[in-house]
Design a protein around this ligand. Structure first.
Ligand code: AN7
Length: 344
């Protein structure tokens, strides 16, 4: 049978109510890409779970198929979310597919171009908030408590159910859980989902390395961050809704949550692109964390299988790349000019 999406594939493991009406864009089934050069350098067996290859370009589609399927199944006609961008694009796409209205609240001026364009293209009503993601989340929580509008942020338990499938896929491809799982942490839905997924699937448990951006690292600092700031706008979050669960996942798994600088995030983005995998800045945080731990001798690499979850595609945030480069050279449309330039 051809692939029919995550709820068809893993529905038996997902706690979804009977009224769920499947809305799918054939999300999931993303590749676990071996990284031979990085593996050699680190001395471990490293794979990238490339979530940028989901239908809307990020891991959010795993949870969104579940959340929208549940909401639409119980008759919701409007869905809403707060978002740093990827949740917005995903909610908009699945709402469009279901034929319902979507409203997305984003922090003014802090959403990468590819995400904003996606949300608009899929037909969401996009509202900019003069405030942070955290302010936007408080607003959508309030409106969904007082109206029939359905909340599709990862506070919604069905988002977590759907996102567990990332862990299932990794176990199915490797035959068992890896030794380490590294991933970025923002609102902390994904780390919560992976840990729940590994525990449920019973194919072994990884140690979990959660990585925040230094300017938005409430779980490392131990307190909320009022004005989070980082180039990795996806994880520019100061009050993670599932922060407690993220800390539990790190502790129970004998892992940890650490922070990396924007410089480390950007240099790691380049390292990944140099091996053919272009991810958005936030998505480089997981590997940046692993490299940092390795550099200070806190990562025992030998014989270890490591999966780094790269949560969103590089095309989501083209400005991060183009702003840091001069425009490409311009030459006349002549063969001589070309040969002179390339030196062949
Ligand atoms: C690429 O889209 O919060 O820790 O509103 O887009 O589960 O929040 C995005 C988060 C990592 C962090 N990588 O995941 C949103 C949003 C990318 C992301 C995260 C996000 P969580």
């Amino acid at each position: 049978m051809t692939y029919q999406g995550l709820i068809q594939r893993y529905g038996q493991y997902l706690d979804l109510p009977a009224h769920t009406k499947i809305i799918s864009l054939l999300e999931g089934n993303t590749p676990l890409i071996p990284m031979p050069r990085l593996s050699r350098e680190l001395g471990c067996e490293l794979f990238i779970k490339f979530e940028g290859l989901n239908p809307t370009g990020s891991f959010k589609d795993r949870g969104m198929t579940a959340a929208i399927s549940e909401a639409v199944g119980r008759g919701a006609q409007t869905v809403i979310c707060a978002s740093t961008g990827n949740t917005a694009a995903s909610a908009a796409a699945y709402a469009a597919r279901a034929g319902v209205r979507s409203i997305v609240l984003i922090p003014e001026g802090k959403v990468a171009a590819g995400k904003l364009a996606g949300a608009i293209a899929y037909g969401a009503e996009v509202i900019q908030i003069q405030g942070s993601f955290d302010d936007a989340l408080s607003l959508v929580v309030e409106i969904t408590q007082k109206t029939p509008i359905a909340l599709v942020n990862s506070i919604n338990p069905y988002r977590i159910e759907g996102q567990k499938t990332g862990a299932f896929e990794i176990c199915d491809v490797l035959g068992s859980a890896p030794d380490w799982l590294c991933l970025p942490v923002g609102n902390a839905g994904n780390i919560t989902s992976y840990w729940a997924g590994f525990k449920q699937y019973q194919k072994g448990l990884p140690r979990v390395l959660g990585v925040q951006a230094a300017g938005a690292a409430p779980l490392v600092l131990g307190h909320p961050v009022e004005k989070p700031e980082t180039i990795a706008t996806a994880i520019r979050i100061g009050r993670p809704a599932r922060g407690e669960q993220a800390l539990e996942a790190a502790q129970e798994s004998n892992g940890r949550i650490i922070a990396v600088s924007d410089e480390e995030i950007l240099s790691t983005q380049k390292i990944l692109a140099a091996e053919g995998v272009w991810v958005e800045p936030a998505s480089a945080a997981g590997l940046a964390g692993l490299l940092a731990e390795s550099a200070v001798g806190k990562f025992e690499a030998k014989g270890k299988k490591v999966v780094v979850v790269c949560t969103g595609h590089g095309m989501k945030d083209p400005a991060v790349i183009t702003d840091s480069f001069k425009s490409p050279k311009v030459i006349p449309a002549s063969y001589d000019a070309l040969v002179e330039l390339v030196g062949a």
